[in-house]
Design a protein around this ligand. Structure first.
Ligand code: GLV
Ligand code: MN
Ligand code: MN
Length: 429
């Protein structure tokens, strides 16, 4: 358990159901070993062996608890009651178990473990329900190795671009299809991963906030109102490789010098130009990357986020215009390839209300808030109403080894998910 805090999150002593806090925390602790690197967080990138191992661990664990667990062709783990009626619409609960490189132990994984625990508790209750609670661990949400984020949720909702997936490789040239097969999926069967229209009644995702808002205000539960949109642009700067000792400065067409200006242009979109909420270059690769050689080529990514689709588009247009001019000014060629936009997404008022009421029932204060992080929920939103629950992140840190949430808050979030799910599965809405 973490050090005591000045919060009071005592659980009510009534006979209302609760998650098994010891089991929640022990499953989280055990799964955190998979992909752990000493002193460097967790690297469990999507469609790789560690993600598959995390799925296998959960499948085994929850089969022992009497639940059914299977991996679908998109590499998603699905956990449900063995006796579940396949015709009953589903209340889907989940998140992802892949991580970024050197990531934390809670991003995604917390929501999956809590979802499995909630399905386990509800299965034991054996009550009549209008909807079947099912837990899911979506594959490759982050896109850290194969740049196809939300792969699993796109597959489950029938939105995958199969042609794009078929040609995709990681940086070492391994095909996505090969990695997926090794991880228990199958790109040739991917259409079978898509659930029929109408089969998902709603989707609820519990996640750490990954930002500072809840902690700053000392509020244990966030009720997400909307999730940010995101555009990713793959950029290639083509210069001329040459000798670092003999090529006069005036004759150089240095790809890295041009790329440095691209990085600053991306940063200015959100800072001095105020065109979007945040903008980042997270990935930059130069060639040949040798001390005494003028770089001939640089590949980098620009990532732009905002809660409003029209602002995303405007920022994207502004960047394209600026980089076209920059290519001419630096004597380089700058190519830009826009990946499909993830749209800003609203949550559904019925799921928001279920979360807020659950928190009230548990005596937990809550706050309606915006998510600056992307989530599988916004992919599922095209098929079904969605909701999200947040718990605070210490120091607002995430996508880093230091990511942390105190145990009592993790338990409070899981109990909120359970109570919201109980309400949502028993009442037709
Ligand atoms: C999801 O991990 C994101 O990058 O927002
Ligand atoms: Mn993440
Ligand atoms: Mn996440």
């Amino acid at each position: 358990m973490s050090a005591p805090t000045n919060r009071s999150l005592a659980r009510p002593t009534d006979d209302a159901p609760h998650v098994d806090s010891a089991q929640l925390l022990s499953v989280l602790a055990e799964i955190s070993r998979i992909g752990a690197r000493t002193g460097a967080g967790i690297t469990r990138t999507g469609l790789g062996p560690e993600e598959a191992q995390a799925r296998a661990y959960l499948a085994e664990r929850y089969r022992r608890e009497g639940l059914a667990a299977r991996t679908d062709p998109a590499g998603n783990l699905i956990v449900r009651r063995r006796e579940a009626d396949p015709a009953k619409p589903v209340l889907l609960l989940g998140s992802h178990v892949d991580t970024v490189v050197h990531g934390g132990r809670l991003d995604g994984t917390y929501g999956v473990v809590a979802a499995c625990e909630v399905v386990r508790v509800l299965a034991r209750q054996g009550m009549e329900s209008a909807y079947e609670p099912v837990a899911v661990a979506f594959s490759n949400e982050e896109g850290a190795r194969f740049p196809y984020p939300f792969f699993g949720s796109l597959g489950l909702t029938g939105q995958l671009d199969i042609a794009c997936a078929t040609t995709m490789t990681d940086r070492d040239g391994t095909a996505l299809s090969t990695a997926l097969r090794a991880a228990g999926g199958d790109l040739d069967m991917i259409e079978a991963a898509a659930w029929p229209d109408g089969s998902i009644a709603g989707y609820l995702e519990l996640h750490i906030e990954q930002g500072p808002v809840l902690e700053d205000r000392n509020i244990p539960i966030g009720v997400v109102e909307a999730i940010t949109g995101r555009t990713i642009i793959d950029i290639t700067v083509q210069g001329v490789q040459g000798h670092a000792g003999t090529t006069p400065m005036s004759l150089r067409r240095d790809a890295l010098v041009a790329a440095a200006q691209v990085v600053l242009a991306v940063q200015r979109l959100a800072t001095t130009r105020g065109l979007c909420a945040v903008s980042t270059v997270g990935c930059l690769d130069g060639e040949p990357n040798v001390t005494n050689v003028i770089p001939g080529m640089v590949r980098l990514t620009a990532e732009i986020r905002d809660g409003r689709a029209e602002r995303l588009r405007a920022a994207e247009r502004a960047l394209v215009a600026e980089l076209s001019a920059l290519g001419s000014a630096t004597g380089t060629r700058i190519d830009m390839d826009l990946r499909p936009v993830t749209r800003p997404t609203q949550t559904d008022h019925r799921l928001r209300e279920a979360v807020a009421t659950a928190a009230d029932d548990l005596g937990l204060t809550h706050l309606e808030m915006f998510s600056g992080a992307g989530h599988d929920a916004q992919i599922v939103a095209r098929s079904a109403p969605i909701g999200m629950v947040f718990v605070p992140s210490r120091g607002g840190i995430s996508h880093a080894p230091q990511e942390h949430t105190d145990d009592d808050l993790l338990v409070a979030g899981a109990d909120t998910l359970l109570h919201a799910a109980l309400r949502l599965v028993t009442e037709r809405w």
